[in-house]
Design a protein around this ligand. Sequence first.
Ligand code: 6PG
Length: 247
Amino acid sequence: MNRTVEVLPDQAALVARALELTLARIRTAIQDRGRCAMVLAGGNTPKPLYEALATQQLPWDKIHVFWGDERYVPPDHPDSNEGMVRHAWLDRVDMPASNIHPIPTDGPEPAAAARKYDEHLKQFFSAQAGDFPAFDLILLGMGDDGHTASLFPHTEALNVRNRLITVGNKNADPRITFTAPLINQAHCVMFLVSGANKRSALEHVFAPTADDFAYPARLIQPQGELWWLIDQAAGQDLKPEMTVQQT
Ligand code: 6PG
């Protein structure tokens, strides 16, 4: 696996590095494939990256954005990942509305919404039944319990191997989420991890052996590049031989 782990001095440095890599991957995807299909993470850590992307001059008509997971709430709800990204980034640039691909949350049934988004992705990539399309860039966060997207420890969603999208559960709350095999098909996956509360989970995620179902971020082992951008507060207990320290 092509994994790079960088520990950055603080959150600002993490965001600056994430911006640099994101811009480079967008450029490469457009050069090689004519467009960039990128997947966005929720949570607080990537928000300044989205704000920074809003200040860039980019060929917005060639960039398509998707969400790796969503809470089952309308876009104007304070917990909505779609709402957060629109506010921080998409509302501030001229990206065509048809390039924005939010997870539907308007029906009564999360399972039906998961099927609908699954179909939407297959259509976008003209994928055959059983194919897992390759996104150009997938941004992910990690929770202090080791979850990523809405793949929470010891939940059914971790076992799903035959679908692109499924229903995840945070306690009793349904969430819609990319499955691990879909994430693993990507050309590039980039984790953004910040804060001292992530320290213990990170140690388990990077341990040579641990329970993948207890720390779902371990399931992410993409075909393409894997980047872990971690701030010092989160990464200070990681063994130096597994990381590149950036100053
Ligand atoms: C979400 C996310 C989730 C998030 C982590 C980290 O919708 O909550 O997709 O997986 O990335 O919980 O969140 P923070 O960046 O806020 O720590």
